[in-house]
Design a protein around this ligand. Structure first.
Ligand code: SF4
Length: 503
């Protein structure tokens, strides 16, 4: 269990709004967990703190929560069960209409086969998300979950992000007078069928002006957060995410983290048994982790917008920052950018991409801002192995998952794929012991001996296109597996290029 869950009565850290975000005394207290950053202080830090200092503070906070010794990873598999989607997010290269020639919905058998391959390499969890496909009834999802639990009872099913749940409510018209009640009805049915936890997909940027521009047909922030609240009330653990580096202002990133923190406070404040599902008493759930990553532009409508500074007239303040200032960390939720003068006119028509340094700064800020989140995940899937590794020095405690398959960001140009040995090596070379964790962040094994996946590799130059981890935990677990080969690339480079070498 994480440190937050163990805390009997958590005291919310005090804010000290009169201090600058750069104040060493304030940051010492943030590191110790006795002070909380305000929105303004967090924005100060993101805008102006030198990168080495920001890394040091975030790393110090991470060490208070997680110690100096181990950093974790998980073996799970992304399964995108359908690419048919009613939404038209402008940053998405994955969705298809039902009539498109390359639209698909996986059969139960195809999904079972993928899970069998995961189990064969010692995997413990599937992350299952899709488009929002109106052709699939609630019984399809229940049948899928039941069949998974029947065949793979020990596999944790981390599935269906809040936008999917909101569309379930729209598609299935469940009983209930409020959104919360309807969500609860659908979620209880899926939990009874085998759903274990919810991923934080679809978080993007919570600020209304941004979300309305990029998430066409996708739920708003309140619906997203309410879905997670319902999940927590059923005793489920979830994660929160943020996708940045597009049209948003820097203050929107801070507002996003602030909302996640506020709803986490609410969940953690629930003491003792939750209301329980179907009368059963369960502990309240909460967010386990926060993961952020920059927008991936390839093949997306949003990615076709010009970069800020590319056109004449782009000399002033970035329009997203102007709109974010007027939005005021949510104080003016209905702000209309068209009333904000000529500087805001290009809002939503220019993107400000985030490179590695900006990504690492944002991730480091999340470690300092989210005092009530246990884990911060490094996003090597989008940023590449070595930026992910650097993330371990910028406040991240977790390297995420080995990657057997990913379809959503890879549709937008990301092609990184790592196996367990490489992931372990990246963690070890960063100065930590790699530790495989489960879905609730309990450590399953610490790789501190010669049998560690990375230390068993004799020739890294020949390792890059090998199968994923050869350990077969399936027979131990008594689970059904597939013998399908799992050739993967462990480098983002061309197959004949030099292999990944961690430094
Ligand atoms: S990001 Fe998700 S919800 Fe949005 S269009 Fe793509 S598949 Fe649909």
């Amino acid at each position: 269990m994480d440190g937050l869950a163990r805390t009997a009565k958590r005291v919310t850290p005090a804010e000290h709004p009169h201090l600058s975000g750069m104040d060493d005394g304030l940051l010492d207290a943030v590191v110790a967990g006795t002070a909380r950053l305000t929105h303004e202080q967090a924005l100060d830090i993101l805008q102006a703190m030198p990168t080495p200092a920001l890394a040091r503070w975030a790393d110090a906070r991470c060490r208070v929560l997680h110690g100096d010794r181990i950093r974790s990873y998980v073996i799970d598999r992304n399964i995108n069960y359908t690419n048919v989607c009613t939404a038209r997010c402008t940053f998405c290269a994955f969705r298809r209409g039902a009539d498109d020639h390359d639209s698909y919905t996986l059969s139960y058998e195809a999904i079972h086969e993928k899970i069998g391959e995961l189990v064969a390499i010692g995997g413990t969890q599937i992350l299952m998300q899709g488009g929002m496909n109106p052709a699939l009834p609630l019984t399809w999802y229940e049948g899928l979950l039941r069949s998974i639990k029947e065949k793979f009872p020990r596999v944790h099913v981390h599935a269906f992000s809040p936008p999917e749940f909101i569309e379930f409510v729209n598609f299935f018209d469940p009983p209930g007078a409020t959104l919360e009640a309807k969500l609860r009805y659908v979620m209880e049915r899926l939990v009874d069928a085998g759903l274990d936890s919810l991923p934080g997909g679809g978080g993007e940027i919570f600020a209304h002006p941004v979300r309305r521009k990029i998430g066409l047909g996708k739920c708003d922030a309140e619906a997203w957060l309410t879905t997670m609240w319902v999940a927590h009330s059923l005793g489920l653990f979830t994660s929160a995410t943020m996708m940045f580096g597009h049209i948003e202002g820097l203050a929107d990133r801070v507002h996003h983290m602030g909302l996640a923190r506020a709803w986490q406070d609410r969940a953690l404040a629930q003491q003792g048994p939750a209301r329980g599902r179907h009368g059963r008493e369960v502990g309240f759930g909460h967010y386990k982790a926060f993961i952020s990553w920059p927008f991936q532009r390839e093949n997306t409508p949003l990615g076709r917008l010009p970069d800020w500074g590319e056109r004449s007239g782009d000399e002033g303040e970035f329009p997203g920052d102007i709109v974010a200032r007027a939005f005021g960390f949510g104080a003016n939720p209905e702000v209309d950018y068209r009333t904000l003068g000529p500087g805001a006119a290009e809002f939503g028509r220019r993107v400000r991409r985030s490179g590695a340094v900006n990504y690492l700064r944002t991730q480091a800020l999340s470690r300092l801002m989210l005092d009530n989140f246990y884990s911060i995940g490094a996003s090597w899937v989008t940023m590449g192995p070595h930026v992910g590794q650097a993330g371990l020095k910028f406040g991240a405690s977790d390297m995420g998952s080995v990657m057997m398959e990913e379809n959503v960001v890879s549709s937008a140009g990301t092609t990184y794929c790592l196996d367990e040995a490489v992931l372990c090596r990246l963690i070890r070379d960063a100065g930590f012991l790699p530790a495989q964790r489960d879905n609730v962040y309990d450590v399953l094994r610490v790789h501190d001996g010669p049998e560690s996946p990375d230390l068993r590799v004799r020739d890294w130059s020949a390792h890059r296109a090998r199968r994923l981890h050869t350990q077969n935990a399936a027979s131990d677990a008594g689970l059904e597996v597939s013998s399908a080969p799992l050739a993967v690339t462990v480098s983002a480079r061309a197959p004949d290029a030099a292999p990944v070498r961690s430094t």
